[in-house]
Design a protein around this ligand. Structure first.
Ligand code: SIN
Length: 287
C-alpha cells in the first residue's frame, strides 16, 4: 500500500508530495503521481536522493528525454542541464527569471520539466507557477472564441538570439546563442491538453512574439492583456525549494518564473525535459 501524501500549496495549482522514493516507484505509486500531476499540474516531491542518472531514468520513464538547445548539459549526461548560480556572481539575475513555458519555440515543446534541487540559498530562490487552464476559463466566451482561431509565432530570439544578453548574467552556465535569427514556430493560442482534454491559454511573454499573420505592433496589446491574465495572483502558486526537492511541471498548461532574490548565495539545480507532442488546438478535433 502506498504511503504517498498530497498537500496542495495554493488554491490554483501545485502540490507537495511526500512518502515516496522516485527512484523506486511501484506501478501503483507511479499511477497515483500521474493522477496528482494532472490534477495539480506542478508536483514538488520532497526529500529525494537523486543523481543525474536517476533524473535521467525518471525522465525516460515519464516519456523520454526532450531535445535541449542553447544550454550545455553535464559531460556524462548531456540531457541533464545544471542550473547554477554561484555566491560570488556579479549579476543578481537568475536563469528562467521571466514568466515562460519551456522551449515553446520548438515544434514539439517538452511536455514536462523536471527540476531537482541540489543546493538552495537560505532564503529566496523560489519558483512561481501559474495555471493556464484557469487563465483560459477566466476569459469571456467571445474572447475564447476569438482566440480559438488564432495562432501565435514563438521564437527564442529574446533569450538566445544574436543580441540576447541572458548568458551575460549567468557566469556559471554555458549558454550558446544563435548566430542568426532563430527559427520561428507557429502554435495555437488555445491548446488542448492531450491527456485531460482541457483548454489552456498557451502563450507566454518570453517566447510568444506575435500572432500569425499580424505584426508585432498589432499583436502586442492583446498579448500583453493575455499575459497579464495568465499571471493574475489568484492563478499562481509559489514553490519554496529544499535540498532534495524534485519538482515536475506540465508545460502544456502552466508557465513558471524563477526569482532573483538570493544574490550572495549559491543555488544549484539539475534539469531535464520530457519529450512533448505537437500542440493541438481544440478546433483540430472539429475538422
Ligand atoms: C527554469 O525556468 O527552467 C528554471 C526555474 C528555476 O530555476 O527556478
Amino acid at each position: 500500500m502506498a504511503n504517498l501524501t498530497i498537500k496542495p500549496i495554493s488554491g490554483s495549482l501545485g502540490a507537495e508530495i511526500s512518502g515516496v522514493d522516485v527512484n523506486h516507484l511501484s506501478d501503483t505509486e507511479f499511477d497515483l503521481l500521474e493522477q496528482a500531476f494532472h490534477e495539480y499540474l506542478v508536483l514538488a516531491i520532497r526529500a529525494q536522493k537523486m543523481d543525474p542518472a536517476c533524473l535521467h531514468a525518471l525522465t525516460q520513464r515519464l516519456g523520454g528525454v526532450g531535445e535541449t538547445p542553447y544550454l550545455t548539459g553535464l559531460t556524462d549526461w548531456p540531457d541533464v542541464v545544471p542550473i547554477i548560480k554561484e555566491a560570488n556572481e556579479q549579476s543578481a539575475h537568475s536563469f528562467g527569471a521571466g514568466w515562460h513555458t519551456d522551449f515553446t519555440f520548438q515544434s514539439c515543446p517538452p511536455s514536462r520539466t523536471l527540476l531537482y534541487a541540489v543546493d538552495i540559498p537560505p532564503l529566496g530562490g523560489d519558483t512561481l507557477y501559474c495555471n493556464l487552464y484557469k487563465a483560459y476559463d477566466m476569459l469571456s466566451p467571445a474572447m475564447q472564441n476569438l482566440l480559438l482561431d488564432l495562432n501565435c509565432v514563438h521564437s527564442a530570439i529574446r533569450s538566445y538570439g544574436p543580441q540576447a544578453t541572458l548568458r551575460d548574467h549567468l557566469e556559471n552556465m554555458e549558454i550558446h546563442n544563435d548566430h542568426r535569427r532563430p527559427i520561428e514556430q507557429v502554435h495555437p493560442v488555445v491548446r488542448q491538453h492531450p491527456v485531460t482534454g482541457r483548454n489552456a491559454l498557451w502563450i507566454n511573454p518570453t517566447y510568444s512574439i506575435r500572432f500569425e499573420a499580424m505584426t508585432e505592433d498589432e499583436s502586442q496589446p492583446l498579448l500583453d492583456y493575455l499575459n497579464q491574465i495568465a499571471i493574475d495572483p489568484s492563478l499562481t502558486a509559489r514553490l519554496s525549494w529544499q535540498p532534495g526537492t524534485l519538482t515536475i511541471w506540465d508545460n502544456r498548461c502552466t508557465q513558471h518564473c524563477a526569482t532573483s532574490d538570493y544574490k550572495g548565495h549559491r543555488r544549484e539545480m539539475l534539469r531535464t525535459t520530457v519529450a512533448g507532442e505537437i500542440p493541438v488546438s481544440p478546433n483540430a478535433a472539429l475538422v
